[in-house]
Design a protein around this ligand. Structure first.
Ligand code: ADP
Ligand code: MG
Length: 244
């Protein structure tokens, strides 16, 4: 058994004539936090969406927690069950109160009974600092609180890995810190995380490894102290000069 939770090799993805991912290899070890940075349109979201096969790769192999998702024979629903994903837009069910947002998939997919699903949900709301919001409707919450609910919802499925796609990009600046704080807590607890982000300070402090992606390729990767603080590649330098 390898200790990699995510293993991607030779990943390519085209939309029509446009090749968006041009051969990505990536291994994320258990407990590792990998941050993906890069310009808009470079393929970061597509990469993340290929990890749980929300996008079907054109070529290459994706293995998560021992299951090869690119194997045509794989039980995709089963393989996806323990891959948590948090998007820029929180995608909460607006007609359901917070607690029910957290129990729906647990009951349908993991077949937990109501009492167990609610207990797990309350535990995870507490984890993101929103225990008292269980009965609220999403519209009554701030964007930052909604995003923390989305994180708690993903956590309620006992994820082996959490994928974050610019989770703070849609938030007002004063709400970003709470969400990053929750993510930092998860990292400290040993959660395996793959995070697309423009928050360089977060990447610097929390990432074990930073990947700079440009034009569908990993241009440079390494510790944040290398890639962010002392980038080697001209393209990484140009990008950082714009965002820092
Ligand atoms: P990033 O997240 O780095 O901004 P994306 O992965 O969203 O980049 O997009 C990379 C490129 O792929 C962009 O040119 C985008 O327009 C294109 N793209 C993404 N999704 C689709 C899609 N479903 N159909 C066609 N083109 C797409
Ligand atoms: Mg994106």
């Amino acid at each position: 058994m390898s200790d990699a939770v995510v293993e991607i090799s030779g990943l390519r993805k085209s939309f029509g004539q446009q090749e968006v991912l041009r051969g990505i290899d990536l291994r994320v070890a258990r407990g590792e936090v990998v941050c993906v940075i890069g310009p808009s349109g470079s393929g970061k979201s597509t990469l993340l969406r290929c990890v749980n096969l929300l996008e079907e790769p054109t070529a290459g192999r994706v293995v998560v927690d021992g299951a090869e998702l690119t194997d045509p024979e794989v039980d995709l629903d089963a393989a996806r069950r323990h891959i948590g994903m948090v998007f820029q837009q929180f995608n909460l069910f607006t007609h359901l109160r917070v607690l029910d947002n957290l129990t729906v998939a647990q009951r349908k997919v993991l077949r937990r009974d109501r009492a167990e699903a609610e207990a797990v949900a309350r535990r995870n709301l507490d984890r993101v600092g929103l225990a008292e919001k269980a009965d609220a409707m999403p519209a009554q919450l701030s964007g930052g609180q909604q995003q923390r609910v989305a994180i708690a919802r993903a956590l309620s499925m006992d994820p082996r890995v959490m994928l974050f796609d610019e989770p703070t990009s849609a938030l007002d600046p004063e709400l970003v810190g709470d969400v990053l704080g929750v993510m930092r807590g998860l990292a400290d607890e040993g959660m395996t995380m793959l995070v697309v982000t423009h928050e360089m300070q977060f990447a610097r402090e929390v990432a074990d490894r930073v990947l700079f992606v440009d034009d569908g390729r990993v241009v440079e990767q390494g510790a944040p102290s290398e890639v962010i603080a002392a980038p080697k590649e001209p393209r990484t330098r140009t990008f950082l000069a714009r965002v820092l």
